[in-house]
Write a protein that binds this ligand. Sequence first.
Ligand SMILES: [Zn+2]
Length: 469
Amino acid sequence: MSFFHTHMLLPFVERERHAGLARRMREISRFERMSEKDQRAIQQQRLQRILTHAYNTVPFYRQRFDDAGFRPSDARVDRPLPLPALRRDDLRDGGQSLLSNAFQLKDLRQAGSSGTTTTPVQFHRNIEALRNKTALQFQLNAWANYHAGDSVMTLWGAHRDLAMQPSWRWRLYEETLLRRTSAPAGFLSQEILERFRERYQKRRPKVLYGYSTILAAFASYMQQHGMDHKPEVIIATAEVMNDTNRQLVESVFGSKLFMHYGSRDTGMICAECSAHQGMHFHPWGCYVEFDPVRETSDGLAYRILVTDLLNDGQPFIRYDTGDCAILTSQPCSCGRWFPTASKILGRVSDGIMLANGGMVPGVSVGNHMSQLGETFRAIAQVQFVQKTHEHVHLRYVVKDKSPLADQELQTICHAIDSLANHRMEWSLEQVADIPRERSGKIRLCISELPSSDTSIANSTPELLAQSRT
Ligand SMILES: [Zn+2]
């Protein structure tokens, strides 16, 4: 752990997110060293605290708890909360009634839900929550031996590649002081992957941190084009990583991968430990319930319902993340009792392929949707189906029959065109619902291109596998 980074640099330069970082990390470490009994007792206290706070200061929950005849003092961490799940529709429709009146709006920070969800929403967090979530993420990184100040290259789904042509200030801070190298993959092509390869070879990062499908594409590119440096740590996040991609990444880079699970809505809440026997939900940050949904070929799938123990500004109580987990009851050899998923079934997305071989990764489409912010007022859900290299079919669910819907659809199509830097042909279809697939997966983007047409699919085995089935 770099004392300089956690005690001085980050809390000073990025104060909003990192004030008190070292103290917060010490608190989480202390929690992790406690006995299971004490950890469960603390989780119980924290659960009752957030529920009481929600009841006292959030009109939406006061109503909801009263309707259910539920009192926060009745909550127990060993049984389900007798309350309805909080859905994305509730977030979108509830507006200000979901915010805690203990805060002024100016003291809350707005963000958009992330990844490849078909239902983008906006939500708020108080600054303490932001700082505690950041500290928890640092702690989960530390499980993988990734510490503040370690050199890292991040492969993520940003829109434009601003960071590929950084200013000298950005370079000094990001690259020299923080040792972070950015590889933003809002759009992927052989040329962009080659730029990533050059950066990687030059910076020789200890840690490779990235969105699952982008990591897989990069691994495949590196396998074909060669490298003379291996990272010590690989962390994959934001999307489900299938077994084929995982094996590819691990064999190309020569080390075991750590899967992290979370979202912008909840923050990072779940991670693989160094025993690699599953992913642990961290009880300091959340109380998770698992609601059985259906049998799958991997076992019984459960909906993941998260009660966020950190966000007082807009409490999330029994929040339906839209993802499912397969659980394991085998104790992990690391000794943690934390709820453990052997697999997360959830966000999976094909990319949108262009005839010139470029691709917009599905996770970048999702991120871009969430950045549209307030756009989604009349449109409740979207799903993109690529029919040909030129033609994308947009399925959508309308929440309100308002003239806004047409405008919003236009904005969405235009956003994808701008991401791809190409004008696609669009067809639109209103549907009643966008269902989860039998496998338990929800897909934002579906490719109907034959596998021979998915030129970059050679670099993303997941796409290749999906287009074959
Ligand atoms: Zn473990």
